[in-house]
Ligand binder design. Sequence first.
Ligand code: GRF
Length: 220
Amino acid sequence: MNATGGRPRLAVLVSGGGTNLQAIMNAVAAGQIPVEIACVISDKPGVFGLERARRAGIATREVPFAEFGTRAEFDNELARVLAAVAPDFIALAGYMRIIDSATVTRYAGQMLNIHPSLLPAYPGLHTYARALAAGEHWHGTTVHFVTPELDAGPGIVQYRVPVTAADTEQTLQEKVQRGEYRIYPRALQWLVTGRVRLVAGQVIKDGSPLQSPVIVEAVT
Ligand code: GRF
């Protein structure tokens, strides 16, 4: 239960197709994450992630970045919308914009992101192309707490897949995303049930400091 006696409230932020959102919605519907998805928020109007939410009867909000004159105005509006939703937890699921540091600080320890690399390797964009160009033998995806520095918050769980000589950006992305749908709901369950916490910048899992993210390997 949350402070107001209901199920904890989760806000999910998307910018695109929302396949990770779908995985989270499926896990919530299956009773695996004891949370209510209070709102799905997008910085891009009309994306399919919003449609997925509507079809499931979940409230949606658009905060279209293009409609704001300055970055600060957009940040203020997003903060205002979030305050109205009053989430206990926030999941960034393919949300392609940096969250301003005031909002990150406001929700410290309550906000997760999924990033398609084995962080700290390859923060930022085009991770598949960069991993292939570098000849990496492994690639993957990481669920981490959000901190003000981009893609640098402490990791909770990573999914690893071997990179083969036949892999292209597309095949690697497909393999990695299959893993995202496994690890993101799991990390959210840990967070919502209190099994994972962020204390003074350190991930605590089941009562002990987590020295490195939990590794989940692809079943090949
Ligand atoms: C995911 O692969 C995630 O790692 C990255 O953006 C992608 C979003 O896909 N941050 P979707 O919108 O969840 O389908």
